[in-house]
Ligand binder design. Structure first.
Ligand code: DQA
Length: 143
């Protein structure tokens, strides 16, 4: 099973950025642990700070992945173009957030991409990714 973790803007700074909200761990340090936890999954990772690059990536891998775990960062709250790209591809996309966006500023309460996604996992720190992968494994072949 091939899954992609797709990261949007500023998520390259995890571990450095607002550690009170996002923790002190770099995602690059967590990724090997995640891969070890799911040896049956071919787990790929891609990050970009640019909306168009994220759209290109969705177009490129949208027919090849069995699932995409997408943390779109702040584009979550603004990007109709990303919602359209998610709707355009057959791969199921799961919306992921590290922080509990519902407990933060009102502008973060709305997701532009949620309606195009199969669901969302929010506020569980890096465990949001672990649970997301588990979801795709449990539902393998059912979509
Ligand atoms: C985030 C939440 C967004 O509101 C924010 O802009 C991010 C990270 C999260 O993972 O908690 O960049 O997606």
């Amino acid at each position: 099973m091939k899954l992609l973790i797709l990261h949007g803007p500023n998520l390259n700074l995890l571990g450095l950025r607002q550690p009170d909200i996002y923790g002190i761990r770099r995602f690059e340090d967590y990724l090997p642990e995640l891969k070890n936890a799911f040896p049956e999954v071919e787990l790929e990772y891609f990050q970009s700070n640019h909306e168009g690059v994220l759209i290109d990536q969705l177009h490129q891998i949208g027919w090849e992945m069995q699932g995409i775990l997408f943390n779109a960062g702040a584009y979550t709250h603004t990007s109709l173009a990303l919602a359209d790209a998610i709707s355009a591809i057959p791969a199921p996309v799961l919306e992921i957030h590290i922080s509990n966006v519902q407990a933060r500023e009102p502008i973060r309460h709305h997701s532009m991409i949620a309606s195009a996604c199969v669901g969302s996992i929010t506020g569980l720190g890096f465990d949001s990714y672990r649970l997301g992968i588990q979801y795709f494994i449990w539902n393998q072949g059912t979509r």
